[in-house]
Design a protein around this ligand. Sequence first.
Ligand code: PHE
Length: 357
Amino acid sequence: MEDLIRAWDGESVVIRHDRASGAWMFVAIHDRTLGMALGGCRLKIYPEPREGLRDAIRLAGGMTLKWAAIDFPFGGGKAVLAAPGPLDADTREAVLLRFGELVESLGGAYGTGVDLGTAPADMDVIGRRTSRVFGRSAENGGAGDPGPYTALGVFTGIRTACEAVFGAPELEGRSVLVQGLGGVGGPLARRLAEAGARVLVSDALPDRAARAAAELDAEIVAPEAVYDTECDVFAPCAIGAVLNARSIPRLRCRIVAGSANNQLDEPTDAERLHRREILYAPDFVVNAGGAIAHGALEVLGWSAAEAEARILRIGDTLGEILADAERRGEPPLLEAVSRAQRVLSAARRHAVRGAAD
Ligand code: PHE
């Protein structure tokens, strides 16, 4: 774990071993140039706590880019609750309460929310110990599940990517493979089917895939066949690092656009996709819908209509990024990262000038 932290360019990592449950809590604060670090809390079983820490720091860096790309006043942070095995309901609640205490003890440096493995009901529990929690249920004053908002943003991103590659944004007859039918993949698959796309679904849980397939008249793809399956668009909506040196040569799609955070295993994977002429819609650009909704509704006080309009602009932003990338002959990821870096640099210059005045 020491090596991971030393090699990281982030601000700080807070680690707590929860003796009673055996879980490890990691809060990674990557960059607070734009404001308080805000990012979801992932709850997952990890064979080694080190893997949880690795996820936390990678995800926190992604949040810095995500907020900067939309120019929202928040910094990059993320929490991971790394469970040693399945937690029973009581243990889970106790862990969440103690995690809430940990968040509260950080005094506003970090605010938490929903991510893979957590839901609004969990935020309600965490919210009994800290006010720095987003995505509580509506009964508890929160904006609820960010998943459908994220799905809406990815959906507009897919349309833009189709326009760039096929000359038209319409999804009628386009084949889209959705990997992971959880909080985002589920609603995304539904939207795609409504738009007339030929939807292919895959999930590690066979029941979930079967249910979605029946509901949407979709084709099921076995998890191990995902990377070899021909489709127009591949939408990774499950875990990270699915685009790597092993999977990229196998892909038979024209576009990758999905909601999973950190889809690339390493930055050079963007180059690998580019060389294969597969358009990669940068994850932190197209999956910002949930962040937009939660930041806008719960902190910035926007109306639901304003938040939704902002999410729909994700497609325009992606369109600009793709056009600039095309002009430069570079992978879209590079363009997206430099846009976000420009926002961060401008804010840093501003801060330095403010301090000097
Ligand atoms: N966890 C989601 C994401 O990675 C949504 C979220 C964003 C939740 C920001 C809380 C804060 O974008």
